[in-house]
Design a binder for this molecule. Sequence first.
Ligand SMILES: *[C@@H]1O[C@H](CO)[C@@H](O)[C@H](O)[C@H]1NC(C)=O
Ligand SMILES: *[C@@H]1O[C@H](CO)[C@@H](O)[C@H](O)[C@H]1NC(C)=O
Ligand SMILES: *[C@@H]1O[C@H](CO)[C@@H](O)[C@H](O)[C@H]1NC(C)=O
Ligand SMILES: *[C@@H]1O[C@H](CO)[C@@H](O)[C@H](O)[C@H]1NC(C)=O
Length: 423
Amino acid sequence: MGLKRGLCWSSVVVLFVLQCVRLTAATTALPNCSYPAVFAFGDSLSDTGNSIAAFPEQFANAELDPNGVLFPTHAADRYTDGKLLLDFLAFGVRRRPIYPVLRGTGGDFTFGTNFAAYGAPARTVKVWRKDAGFNSPFSLDVQHQWSERYKIRVWFYESPIFNPPGRLVQSLPKLATWNESLFMVWSGYQDYFYSLYDKKLTVSQTRKIVPDVVKAIEEHIEKMLTPVVYIPPNTPSMIMPIANTILVVNLPPLGCIPAMLTLYGGPDAKYDIHGCLKNLNSITKHHNKLLGERMEALRVKYPDAKLLYGDAHGVYTDILKHPSKYNVTAPLKACCGVGGSYNFNPKVTCGHAGLVDGKFLNLTTSLPALPCANPSAHLSWDGIHTSNTFNKAAVTDFLTGKHITPAGGFGCSPDFTFWDSST
Ligand SMILES: *[C@@H]1O[C@H](CO)[C@@H](O)[C@H](O)[C@H]1NC(C)=O
Ligand SMILES: *[C@@H]1O[C@H](CO)[C@@H](O)[C@H](O)[C@H]1NC(C)=O
Ligand SMILES: *[C@@H]1O[C@H](CO)[C@@H](O)[C@H](O)[C@H]1NC(C)=O
Ligand SMILES: *[C@@H]1O[C@H](CO)[C@@H](O)[C@H](O)[C@H]1NC(C)=O
């Protein structure tokens, strides 16, 4: 596709342009996207049920409508209206939902495993607890430990000595395809968001944690790429497989998130042309710039690995610039929420019930109607988490080669209907 575009752009004869566009459209058939399995690391933007498995009461509302109300067979354990970015990624490469590693029952791990957890920071929890009122113990370093242990358990499962044929049957990915699978890391949102939401850090203090957050993500990627020697009992030592294809996703503009607009907006705040908060946007801009630079450095250090940098920020901004192209009419408003300019009130958020100005509100149901007239018109589901509309737009771009580096991205044609035709 790159070649054909190149030819078109080099055609200086204006008359050729139309012909060129037609030819390009007719010949841009990309190969089907396909990976044996998908694995993910991150926070509530990607968790499909790890934290609710560990803390069922704390995260009870993850499996209750309206969360996940548009996901097939909800309760979905997802903090979004329909599908997560990870869902679109998995379905786009023709796989099924990616189940959380802590799901003891009713999980199908044939096509990958999810290590992401609601509330999980990039930085180790030991550091992060100081900066946030709310926390989860499952930071990226712990998620890495899970994935290393997971490989060992899969090895045991596949070993004819430790698991003779027929003794133990489970749906697991093949260890031999680990190096050919697709890994996603989308982390850091938690570190910034909750420090600000709980007002544990000021905006300028939050900006100062950026290098540490990016460092934690970088260290995680390096660990994924570093072979570890494993010595099984009574068996020669072996080198465990490592990841090869890693999609690292950057962060959407924090100053455009309804919760942040509600908490940090006001007459003294400075807004950009889209109505987002400039000072908060500078945090995510800094994060993304640094992360992009580290990805460049990692590509040099690990030339055999395929390290992709998905520009979620670019996708988000593109939708803010051209909302009608995406059928988005309420880019700065939560779908599930109540009140104010951004349909968000920290006193009663999506999935909770309570009093606002003496009035009882119940945001724990999608009956008799969805929480907003048209969820697909929103970029934010609940004022905190990205919506189905955004998640789909981001993955469509990443897979087909837009808003991603190296240029061309995955260069493949997604088919989101592979598992669920309603998409
Ligand atoms: C690509 O996937 C589509 C279905 O989504 C299928 O019809 C087509 O045959 C596939 N093409 C190749 C080359 O596998
Ligand atoms: C992945 O590892 C398997 C065996 O462990 C090997 O046969 C295969 O060639 C490797 N694939 C790549 C792309 O390196
Ligand atoms: C926007 O809506 C139109 C009309 O319903 C539809 O044809 C188009 O596919 C939609 N675009 C997106 C990006 O969803
Ligand atoms: C909110 O509405 C749901 C569905 O009608 C109901 O089950 C639940 O008890 C309500 N919550 C409260 C706190 O009233």
